[in-house]
Ligand binder design. Structure first.
Ligand SMILES: [Zn+2]
Length: 274
């Protein structure tokens, strides 16, 4: 049964997380009227949202369900948790980042300023988050089918979100709109840790790999970033094994159980900084 529904049966777990989280958010939205309780409950669910942000990235590379309608339904549910609409990630991330991360002028996660220096963490996250949706237009110029699907599903998601805000404005903003914008920001914030300050070269020196258990548990193995760039369509459960194969080719300072010194290094002056 599961193997006929899911491309990989283990994905029943993240799918269950997505559904449970949305159910919890809707219960808060419809039944909690005390604003402070609403804020506290919404804050408590932020870690679950972050986990869905990680899974959403995996899903756009390697779809969860065998059939497309449940994939679209899952993506619409994830929109209310992560702020990214169906196909916006496909365009912004797969077309705009994976295909171009060695071409800074085209990369949607380009951390370099116009003069070549490195942006700050928040500067990058804000710019990349603001560019998420506008980027889908030029990136879909030669992909009319993808553009149409992006427009249709984004319009549907925007309408549903607008209905929630019109029906209960405060709850719509506290439980949905504000955390969704925060998650879009956090998506880009995580990308800075993966790539900022690293040279244009190959998949082994172009990103950082976080091998920590907790990070990879909560993000569904999104720490194995170099392995992900080597085989972007590989299922998330297979990334640790691929990383083990590739580890010797990745510099020591770009892999470890925490961002630790590698991440601290990303904040230090870099030869490209001016
Ligand atoms: Zn990716």
């Amino acid at each position: 049964m599961l193997s006929k529904t899911f491309r990989n049966p283990i994905d029943v777990w993240p799918a269950a997380l997505v559904m449970t989280l949305l159910a919890a958010l809707l219960v808060i939205y419809f039944y909690v009227d005390n604003i402070w309780l609403m804020v506290v409950l919404s804050l408590l669910l932020l870690p679950a949202r972050l986990s869905v942000v990680g899974y959403n990235h995996n899903h756009i590379h390697c779809m969860t369900f065998v059939e497309q309608p449940p994939n679209r339904l899952l993506e619409i549910m994830m929109f209310f948790e992560t702020g990214t609409t169906p196909f916006s990630g496909t365009l912004n991330h797969i077309v705009g980042h994976h295909a171009h991360y060695f071409e800074p002028e085209l990369d949607t996660l380009n951390w370099r300023r116009a003069d070549g220096s490195r942006m700050g963490h928040h500067e990058f996250s804000l710019k990349a988050a603001l560019w998420h949706y506008p980027s889908c237009w030029p990136l879909s110029r030669d992909r009319p089918a993808l553009r149409n699907k992006f427009i249709v599903y984004s319009a549907l998601c925007a309408l549903l979100l607008a209905a929630l805000i019109v029906h209960k404005p405060l709850a719509g903003i506290v439980v949905f709109a504000a955390p969704m914008l925060l998650m879009l920001y956090m998506l880009k914030y995580a990308a800075y840790a993966h790539h900022s300050g690293l040279p244009i070269g190959d998949d082994f020196t172009g990103s950082r790999t976080h091998t920590g258990k907790f990070y990879n548990w909560i993000t569904w193995n999104n720490g194995y970033h170099a392995a992900h760039h080597v085989r972007q369509a590989l299922h998330w459960t297979e990334l640790p094994a691929l990383h083990a194969e590739l580890a010797q080719r990745i510099p020591d300072e770009l892999q470890g159980e925490r961002w630790g010194s590698q991440f601290a290094g990303a904040r230090m002056p870099h030869p490209s900084d001016t």
